[in-house]
Design a protein around this ligand. Structure first.
Ligand code: CP
Length: 323
């Protein structure tokens, strides 16, 4: 199957076949990350700009590593070190960057819809959304789906509980759309002040308590409270939040014995998740981070205009190293 999307703006734009293609491509690329020399020539000559207007550890680093492992030239720009601090607009910044002929711009921005705006304004570059406001974080949902599929062998029919600040999380929105599209049954739980009205329309079942969400779950995904996106405090105290919505060994026992524990990061240990669960045998949190590199390699490869059949990936893997 050919991948015909120019941009990756959200999971919402991807079909089941396209999600499958991305996950299969990522699974093929994953092996490169375990080699002594972790580099293939697949995107040699391509230029990728990572344009981050918000803080990031995992997403920015893994997009940079992914680009470098595919031999692209990668450039990182953070808003605080750019002419944005002198008052330049997003549009002017992006148009100036496009004048330097990048092939792909990976962008994170606090405004929902910012990557979609750029995709309309820039005629040449492919845009990849690395998280926009409270809207979507598609590469995170794809790496989450890859991790679940690796451990469970499927997505279809799984019971996935997502717990925390549902209103302000772009991770939950992308996962909800992606997981339900792939046949999973997604429940959400959190304080009433952090459950947005109408979330059921995206396919979620809203649970009244953490325990109800955990009961019989195959996957438990915990979320950070996004204090930076809340205009006012939506909680009495973090201690109370932890008491009612924190994951610990005793409430995790309500889920299936082999349930996966996930967290997109950054974690607030002792708030939404106890250290013994985060570091425990059911945790796949670092597998998520590892798969983040493979998924971002797949996205760069697929929108980077490489020939998209699996034999090409295999052959670029076997060709091995470039300087
Ligand atoms: N999961 C995630 O987006 O992490 P970063 O904010 O560190 O990129």
């Amino acid at each position: 199957m050919d991948f015909t999307q120019k941009h990756i703006l959200g999971i919402d734009h991807l079909s089941v076949a396209e999600i499958d293609l991305i996950l299969n491509t990522a699974a093929n690329f994953k092996e490169i990350n375990n080699r002594d020399i972790k580099k293939v020539p697949t995107l040699r000559g391509k230029t990728i700009i990572n344009l981050f207007f918000e803080a990031s550890t995992r997403t920015r680093t893994s997009f940079e590593i992914a680009g470098k492992r595919l031999s692209a030239d990668t450039i990182n720009i953070s808003a605080s070190a750019s002419s944005v601090v002198k008052g330049e607009t997003l549009e002017d910044t992006a148009m100036n960057l496009e004048a330097m002929h990048p092939d792909i711009i990976v962008m994170r921005h606090s405004a929902s819809g910012a990557p979609h705006y750029l995709a309309k304004r820039l005629p040449r570059s492919s845009i990849i959304n690395a998280g926009d406001g409270t809207h979507e974080h598609p590469s995170q949902a794809l790496l989450d789906m890859m991790t679940i599929r690796e451990h469970k062998g499927r997505l279809d029919g799984l019971k996935v509980a997502i717990v925390g600040d549902i209103t302000h999380s772009r991770v939950v929105r992308s996962n909800l759309i992606g997981l339900t599209r792939m046949g999973a049954d997604v429940r959400v739980a959190g304080p009433g002040t952090m459950i947005p009205p109408g979330i059921e329309r995206l396919g979620a079942t809203v649970c009244r308590s953490l325990n109800e969400a955990l009961e019989g779950a195959d996957v438990v995904m915990m979320l950070r409270i996004q204090l930076e996106r809340q205009g006012k405090s939506l909680l009495p105290t973090l201690r109370e939040y932890s008491r009612f919505f924190g994951l610990n060994p005793s409430n995790l026992a309500l889920a299936k014995p082999d349930a996966l524990v996930m967290h997109p990061g950054p974690m607030n240990r002792g708030v939404e998740i106890s250290t013994s669960v985060a570091d425990g045998p059911q945790s796949v949190i670092l597998d998520q981070v590892e798969n983040g590199v493979a998924v971002r390699m797949a996205l760069l490869y697929l929108v980077g205009g490489a020939n998209n059949d699996e034999s090409t990936i295999q052959s670029s893997q076997s060709k091995g190293v470039t300087a």
